[in-house]
Each structure stands twice: as C-alpha cells, then as structure tokens.
Design a protein around this ligand. Sequence first.
Ligand code: WQD
Length: 323
Amino acid sequence: MELIQEGFEVVIVDDLSNSSLSVLDGLKKITGKTIPFIEINLQDKNQVSKLFKVHPEISGVIHFAAYKAVGESVLKPLEYYENNLGSLINVIKEIEKKENDFPFIFSSSCTVYGQADKLPIDELAPIKRAESPYGKTKQFGEEILIDASSANDFLKVISLRYFNPVGNHCSNEIGELISGAPQNLIPFITQTASGVYKKLSVFGDDYPTRDGTCVRDYIHVVDLAKAHVQALNRILNKNHSKKYEVFNLGTGKGYTVMEVIKIFEKISGEKLNYEIGPRRKGDIAAAYADTRKANDVLSWKAELTLEEALISAWSWERKNRNK
Ligand code: WQD
C-alpha cells in the first residue's frame, strides 16, 4: 500500500498459507490498481529461480515471508526452520546472481533481544538466546544476511526489528487475516469483545512491572509500512552507510496488558471479559524500543497511537464478524 503510494511498481509473492487473495481486492479498492500477484512456495528453489528468470525487472525485495506464531514454533520447530530460513536462502541465492546494487529489506523482530537488560532497547543491545524457534529464525536470518551481504558486492540489507505490530489500514479494506485461533493479544481482545471467545486470559500479573502484567511496545502497522519505504529508499538513494544495517521499529512507549485492556474498553465502549491466568512460557516481562536510530537515520517516527490502532483493529473485527 505505502509502496504503491510512493510510486513503486509492486509484485506480491506469497504461498497463501497464512493470507488470502482478498487482500488484492482490498488493495484494488484503495489504490484503483490491480497488483500483480504470484503464488509460489519460496521453499521450492526451482519456483524461486523461475520467478527471477520470468521477472528480471525485480530490483528490490522486502522479505516478509515467514511463519510467525511463537507458540506454534515451539511445537513445530523444523517447519519453522525449513520455511523461514529455507525460503530466505532461496531468495538470497537468486539475488546473488544480480550485477548491480540490490536492496533487501528483512522483516525481523524485537524477539531477537530476548529479555533485554536495559530499557528502552537500542540496536546495540546484546542478542540473547531466543526463547522460541520463531525468535531463533529471526536471529539466524539476520546472521545469514550479514554473511551473505559481506560476501556479495551488490546485496545491500536493512533488517527492521518490529516491536509489536497492531492495527489495520484506516480504509478497513486490508488487515490481519488470522487462520485459526489468534496468537497475539490484540486480535484476542477484539475476538473476545465480538463474542468469538468467552474470556481473555491475561498471561500472568506477577511480573516486575507497574501493574504486574507484561509491557510491550505496540506499533501501528501503517507506521511500520512507512518505515519499509524509508528503508528501501535509503538503499536506492545510496544513503546506506554499511552493507548491513539494522533498525528498531517501535513507538518508544510501553503499555502493560491491563493498560491495553482499559484503553480498548474506552475506545470500544465494550466491557472486556478477562481473567488473570498463568504466565505463558517464553514471555518476557518488558520490551519497548529506543527509536532514536530510526528517527535520526531513517527519518522515520511512529505517528499513530495505540488508541488509533485499537480503533482500527476493532473496526476490522466488526467488519469481518458481520460478513
Ligand atoms: C503481547 C502480550 C502476552 C495473548 C510476539 C512475537 C513478536 C511479534 C509480536 C512478529 C504478552 C500477553 C497475549 C493473550 C495475554 N511478532 N497476552 N493474553 O509475544 O509480545 O510478541 O508477537 O512481529 O516477535 O514474539 O506478542 O501479542 O502474543 O503478546 O496476556 O491471550 O500480551 O503475555 O505479554 P509478543 P503477543
């Protein structure tokens, strides 16, 4: 969406394992354009090779393709390594054949930090052992890109470490499509409020935080999308200082789970049915971003608030529930 508005020619490549063709209809309604879509499994190197042969005009990649459910990754680690890392390597191997600067933007995650020793978390924070195979695929993915960009003259990489992406596009035409039970807090809140689930379980209230529940940095997906355009332009305009750069993408402000619930109740007018349950394995107490590097170097700053994200998420849930 943001790339199209910036004037880029975009082609979407996806295996539809966790998304839907309806996104294309939404994009058409918003932009008036039919966005080219190619359905392939990036784990199949022959399909990836054919993609780059048929589309030699591809001059940059934003790589989102990965499974991303932390809990699921603990149950299916090999599927996560095979998909998240196998797909990444197949795409990089095609880019290595290019003979001019090629921008590669990688969707990474604040999960790579584990429980940071210092808050807010900046990009120099030590990378600790990830709590889940999902988190490890992001750590390993970054390492693969560091080594691949160092060994290749043209591959230029920016890794964007997302904090907690939330919300939907203000048009209510595109948003998160969840197959099965939601893994994350915000969709669980909206689906509890809309009656899909009877009660939300708050995973623990005995953490060392202001109200005992976990603190996270919730960033609106539209702000997140704008950061990708900034990162792509940074490389295309040859402003990148190194072949591999990394930026934290957050708002710089942390909210506890209970604070999120209260804000949701205020913006929706719904009383949320919740209980305090046991901690979730692998959760960290608190994480929120030091955003100065992205602010100063990417000339990017999150502008939308958690309230706006929750309003868009609630609107999206009601639209989909009433279908
Ligand atoms: C947020 C908070 C839970 C559900 C993960 C990935 C991260 C990123 C976002 C991709 C936590 C609490 C949740 C519920 C709850 N992924 N919670 N009850 O785990 O911080 O981050 O998703 O970019 O890389 O690690 O997000 O939304 O699952 O949880 O109390 O039913 O809400 O304990 O404190 P998380 P989340």
